[in-house]
Design a protein around this ligand. Structure first.
Ligand code: NAP
Length: 297
């Protein structure tokens, strides 16, 4: 039974390899900073599951070989991160509906000899809203950005019956692709999805005024104290979410707090997407409160 690809990438493994245990892993590059091994190994131990989770540094050109190897061993499942989330689709046998609509995979589960791809990022985001007692069914939602994270969140919002989703993005070369994505969501779900120009302040202001939930899925606010939204557009009954978790309080969230809004950052999205993967692999619930206390407080 070869786990050569784990042994070969010794440097990126942050737990000792134990060939007697079942394994799960994270595939991507870079992965050394990831919190996933801590979160999953702690949960395996707590629930008495004899398994280990490894972070494995895999570049796109190594992916085919790694997956060929993984197919031939008994493994619990894997997470997939950048830059492999889209690339991996061509090697996967079956996709669940979220992955198919989003065009990305962050979780692999071996099922009846096949590799099945899921994406738990969007569902993890929606689960995280329980922390501020917010649900999405029937809501009108404005999301800033249309990249990888936004796409997973939009798909799940639509599948979980949001009433409408307005995607605000720059009208640049990716506009046509995003319009096609929105049209596909409208085709496959009952959600009404549209695209507006994030650089048109009047349209943006109007869209905020008719939304229940505002989500920042751009990196703006991560490395600067900037927000794409003028503070005066916020109102106390708007829910404001930022997928950024470092810093914990972006300018947008500080403005939301000042304006009396309920708000949340992306920290618990990370936790809940992991909990969703864990459930797919083990059929057991991750001990969320303990994991939260240990790694997210
Ligand atoms: P991405 O694929 O690069 O997409 C970024 C999006 O932001 C694009 O749509 C881009 O717009 C837009 N954007 C970037 N700079 C902008 C600006 N100055 N003005 C307007 N729009 C701008 O990135 P991603 O992977 O989706 O990540 C987005 C954010 O989510 C990051 O901050 C990341 O840290 C966070 N994230 C959090 C989690 C979590 O678990 N909490 C998970 C994944 C990502 P165009 O379409 O116009 O190019």
């Amino acid at each position: 039974m070869g786990l050569r690809f784990i042994e070969k990438n010794e440097l990126s493994i942050n737990v000792d390899y134990d060939p007697t245990k079942e394994f799960a892993c994270l595939l991507g590059s870079p992965v050394a900073h990831s919190i996933s091994p801590d979160m999953h190994n702690y949960s395996f131990d707590k629930l008495g599951i004899d398994a280990k989770y490894y972070a494995v540094d895999v570049k796109p050109e190594q992916l085919k070989e790694v997956l060929n190897e993984i197919r031939n061993v008994d493994f619990l499942g894997a997470n997939v991160t950048m830059p492999l989330k889209t690339e991996i689709i061509k090697y996967i046998d079956k996709l669940d509906i979220s992955s198919e609509l989003a065009g990305s995979v962050n979780t692999i589960v071996p099922e009846d000899g096949q590799l099945v791809g899921y994406t738990t990022d969007g569902a993890g985001f929606i689960d995280s809203l329980s922390e501020i007692n917010v649900t999405v069914e029937g809501k009108d939602i404005l999301i800033l950005g249309a990249g990888g994270a936004a796409t997973s969140v939009i798909v799940e919002l639509a599948l979980q019956k949001a009433n409408s989703i307005t995607i605000a993005k720059r009208f640049n070369k990716s506009l046509d692709k995003v319009k096609k994505f929105a049209a596909n969501i409208n085709d496959k779900t009952n959600c009404n999805t549209s695209v507006i120009n994030i650089e048109d302040n009047d349209i943006l202001k109007e869209a905020i005024s008719t939304s229940h939930i505002l989500i920042n899925a751009t990196p703006v606010g991560m490395t600067s104290d900037k927000s794409l939204i003028d503070k005066s557009y916020l109102r106390s009954n708007l829910v404001v979410c930022d997928l950024i978790y470092e810093p914990a309080m972006t300018k947008l969230l500080k403005d939301a707090s000042d304006s009396g809004c309920r708000y949340i950052n992306g920290k618990y999205m990370l936790l809940y997407q992991g909990a969703r993967s864990f459930k797919l692999w083990t059929d057991l619930n991750m001990p969320i409160e303990e994991v939260k206390d240990k790694f997210f407080s």
